[in-house]
Design a protein around this ligand. Structure first.
Ligand code: 48H
Length: 268
């Protein structure tokens, strides 16, 4: 009997990879919700949307997920969570350690991995290495999807045309960049976001309590078909940054998922 390891041909490995990728990626071309960015806000929104049966995918430019969580505070791999957000982590198995009254500490590696695994288990797809360089905006009135390229292609400065993915709702969860919101106001003449100046004024200096408290009200549909969440929402609403306290990011992801479902249901 031949050893199985001696019968595989290299071309079969290639076929399995290309065919499996193509099949799954085709399913991501027409989405209920396209989420840009796999940080805490994006991954939380993806999990909750998938649990409600939405066809949802995250597009993440890096080869790793987790955004700003890995490094905790100044590379100490710990993040602080408010009690109000604790159930969003406990439900996916993250162990939270009470430290001060109302505040808990989590291991950042455990938080990234368990939140990501839960989103995948719920049925969300996460596509890595893909940069959402642009969006589709029909009649300058409604965001209709995202425009993708390999991040490696963009970094190499190659002139390669992108591919497009349609979505009923796009969530900008790109963190400090607020890349999707910035792109929209740059490329659509006269477009105004629901923000203090109609554009992306940028976050304010650190004030943790205020920044965390303001996030819920800043997680909104900023333009028809476009929701902003997490640190991107802080940048659009010009609210203070908060450092390595993350409860607001998870709660913002939850709020973004609720809003996306409302928009999808209203359109049916
Ligand atoms: C594809 C993209 C693109 C693009 C960016 O930064 P994140 O972790 O975002 P949030 O909002 O979920 O969490 C913010 C938090 O990590 C943080 O930075 C805090 C709390 N800061 C406070 C402070 O005071 O500094 O993740 C965003 C993700 C990243 O993985 C990016 O690589 C990705 O989005 N991304 N992916 N296409 N155009 N732009």
């Amino acid at each position: 009997m031949s050893n199985q390891f001696e019968t595989i041909r290299e071309v079969h490995i290639s076929q399995m990879i290309v065919e499996s990728f193509a099949r799954d990626f085709v399913d991501s071309l027409e989405l209920d919700v396209a989420i840009v960015g796999a940080g805490p806000a994006g991954v939380t929104a993806a999990r909750l949307l998938a649990q409600q049966g939405a066809n949802v995918a995250i597009f993440e430019r890096h080869l790793h997920v987790g955004g700003g969580m890995w490094g905790g505070g100044m590379l100490f791999p710990r993040i602080v969570i408010e009690q109000d957000a604790s159930s969003l982590l406990e439900t996916v198995g993250v162990r939270l350690h009470p430290w001060r009254e109302g505040y808990l500490v989590a291991d950042s590696v455990e938080t990234v991995t368990k939140c990501t695994a839960a989103a995948l288990d719920a049925g969300a797809r996460i596509w890595i290495g893909m940069f959402a360089e642009d969006i589709m905006v029909y009649h300058d009135r409604r965001v209709a999807g995202v425009v993708l390229n390999w991040d490696a292609t963009v970094q190499a400065g190659l002139h390669v045309d992108p591919l497009a993915v349609e979505a009923k709702v796009v969530i900008d969860a790109t963190g400090h960049d607020a890349h999707i919101c910035r792109t929209l106001v740059t490329k659509i003449p006269g477009a105004r976001l629901r923000s203090p100046d109609g554009g992306v004024p940028g976050e304010r200096s650190m004030w943790a309590a205020r920044g965390e408290a303001d996030l819920a009200a800043s997680t909104i549909e900023v333009f028809p078909g476009l929701i902003v969440a997490g640190m991107a929402a802080s940048n659009v609403a010009a609210t203070p940054r908060m450092g390595a306290i993350f409860g607001g990011m998870f709660l913002s992801g939850q709020r973004a998922a609720e809003l996306a479902l409302e928009i999808i249901r209203a359109s049916q």
